[in-house]
Design a protein around this ligand. Structure first.
Ligand SMILES: C[S@@+](CC[C@H](N)C(=O)[O-])C[C@H]1O[C@@H](n2cnc3c(N)ncnc32)[C@H](O)[C@@H]1O
Length: 512
């Protein structure tokens, strides 16, 4: 049974449940060649799927005898593999890998299931056993793939090799720190391969994918960074160890720091300009209001009137990203949206004894909005967190250019945007910061902290923005106020022109 048959016959929700995203054979082949270079006798694949790694290793016609031990939790997928079951050099356990023993192996090759650990049924039994084995507490490990890696690293024989697929954003997570520390301090990590343009290479993937190559040889060597842009490039690689773009010393990859910006800055040739500081020096980006039931909380004028809800119990709110189309959002734009009867209000209960409000809440409860994940944990369920309007808004999801908006209205916003809240250093530099964020230089630098979702879709968490770089106070203050105002008034009508002007202004302060 081929991969395409299995995919055709299996629903995407089923595959998601098990984290069944398959490694393309070109990528699997590179990984297989790397892990088998030192003639391993015992090989482990913790997450078998349709067995691409076994297939690739078999095709290498290795001189030595080898045996692959593998785990696959899903008996359904295994039922598609009757031809493999008869082979003598493979043992397939239809079991949870995380519950398996800690035998060690000469080579480990894995594309782990990538899903939230919270969803995992046996996590309360599994974690303590793994913690005992590795002698460390596993706190905050929200993704199952990272637990696979922790366990696998424990199972690697001396001189053994490991090739592991991980989402690139893993290097930015808090829980990833411990693993990064182990990888660096024990000199395990030899190479990181980043698969850019991932839809071409990994049609299945929803995030940017990278491959870790590790060897348990205690040799301090440079860590090689390889950036692969398309399948043609992979086809031409004969020896992956010799194919890399940047050698990095271990101190260049501190485990406490996010690795994505460090690595991306190498790949994109994008350097942090001289004097730049963290955006967090000027304030904080925070996520918008998470309602847990936007359908209930987002309201338009007509509906408010129908429900007879008074103005005291609603507030102006950007409830959807597409409601703002320009770089500048003014009261005139807001009035237009009200006229167009767009959902530009949000329920903001101030008078709980007001009959109209009571009726609407009751209606919400009849529709079970109060039993949703977020609402049921809120007391009372209809009372939203308080937020001030933010003078700069930043789109959470972006395709191509990053959506940056200078908000001059008193509207608050839902989670479609992150809002910037300036501190005392930032409050007089809001327009300058906005211009920087809108400029090409600003956009390229901010993008270094993005999380790619594939298909050119980038996501930012507030922390990604707070940690990104921007000009320092002297540089921002060197921007002429009048020019700033001119750009803002032009941005209201002609964004392209405003970007060109912003570029010039930012280039000027960088040269100074
Ligand atoms: C990302 S897929 C990779 C499959 C294959 N190795 C490949 O690269 O194409 C992960 C596989 O692990 C299986 N799986 C999920 N959770 C597992 C667990 N706890 N133990 C073993 N296998 C698991 C899934 O059913 C899925 O087939």
């Amino acid at each position: 049974m081929s991969k395409s048959d299995y995919i055709a016959q299996t629903s995407i929700s089923y595959r998601k449940k098990y984290g069944q995203f398959f490694t393309p054979s070109l990528v699997a082949s590179i990984m297989a060649k790397w892990v088998t270079e030192n003639h391993p006798k015992t090989i482990l694949d913790p997450a078998f799927g349709l067995g691409i790694f076994y297939e690739e290793i078999s095709q290498l016609n290795l001189r030595n005898k080898w045996h692959l031990t593998t785990y696959e939790i899903d008996d359904n997928i295994l039922s598609y593999l009757d031809d493999i079951q008869n082979k003598t050099n493979i043992t397939i356990f239809n079991k949870d890998y995380l519950e398996s023993d800690f035998n060690t192996y000469d080579a480990i090759i894995c594309n782990p299931p990538y899903m939230r650990f919270q969803k995992f049924i046996n996590r309360h039994d599994i974690l303590p056993k793994i913690e005992q084995q590795i002698g460390k507490k596993l706190v905050g490990y929200s993704n199952i793939a990272s637990i696979f890696l922790i366990k696998a690293l424990q199972q690697l024989n001396v001189r053994g090799r490991l090739a592991f697929i991980l989402p690139f954003e893993f290097f930015n997570t808090g829980y990833g720190k411990e693993i990064k520390k182990t990888l660096i301090e024990k000199y395990l990590l030899k190479q990181i391969i980043i698969c850019a343009n991932e839809k071409d290479i990994f049609p299945d993937a929803t995030t940017t994918i990278c491959i870790l190559l590790c060897q348990n040889d205690q040799l301090k060597q440079d860590i090689k960074i390889t950036n692969i842009n398309n399948t043609q490039e992979i086809k031409e690689i004969s020896n992956i160890s010799e194919y890399y773009h940047h050698p990095l010393d271990h101190i260049q990859l501190p485990y406490q720091k996010k690795w994505t910006p460090i690595i991306l800055s190498l790949i994109s040739q994008q350097k942090i300009p001289k004097g730049f500081c963290k955006l967090s020096e000027y304030g904080t980006f925070k996520r918008g209001i998470a309602t847990g039931a936007n359908d209930f909380f987002a309201l338009n004028k007509n509906k408010i009137e129908q429900l007879r809800i008074s103005d005291n119990n609603v507030c102006l709110c950007i409830t959807k990203s597409h409601l703002i189309t320009k770089a500048i959002f003014t009261d005139d734009d807001l009035i237009l949206l009200v006229k167009q009867d767009k959902p530009i209000y949000c329920l903001d209960v101030e008078e709980i004894n007001n009959q109209a409000v009571k009726n609407y809440i009751k209606l919400g409860e009849e529709k079970a909005y109060h039993q949703r994940y977020l609402t049921k944990n809120r007391k009372p369920w209809y009372k939203l967190e308080k937020r001030e309007p933010a003078p700069i808004l930043f789109g959470v999801f972006n395709r191509g250019r990053l959506k940056v908006i200078r908000n001059f209205t008193s509207a608050i916003h839902f989670t479609c945007y992150h809002g910037f809240y300036p501190n005392i250093f930032g409050q007089n530099l809001i327009n300058q910061l906005f211009i920087y964020l809108m400029s090409d230089i600003g956009q390229d630098i901010i993008k270094m902290n993005k999380r790619s979702y594939g298909n050119n879709l980038d996501k930012f968490e507030p922390g990604d923005l707070n940690n990104s770089y921007c000009p320092n106070v002297e540089q921002l203050n060197a921007i002429n106020e009048e020019e700033v105002r001119e750009i803002i008034s032009i941005a209201n009508m002609d964004k392209k022109e405003a970007i060109i002007m912003s570029n010039k202004l930012i280039e000027k302060i960088m040269d100074d």
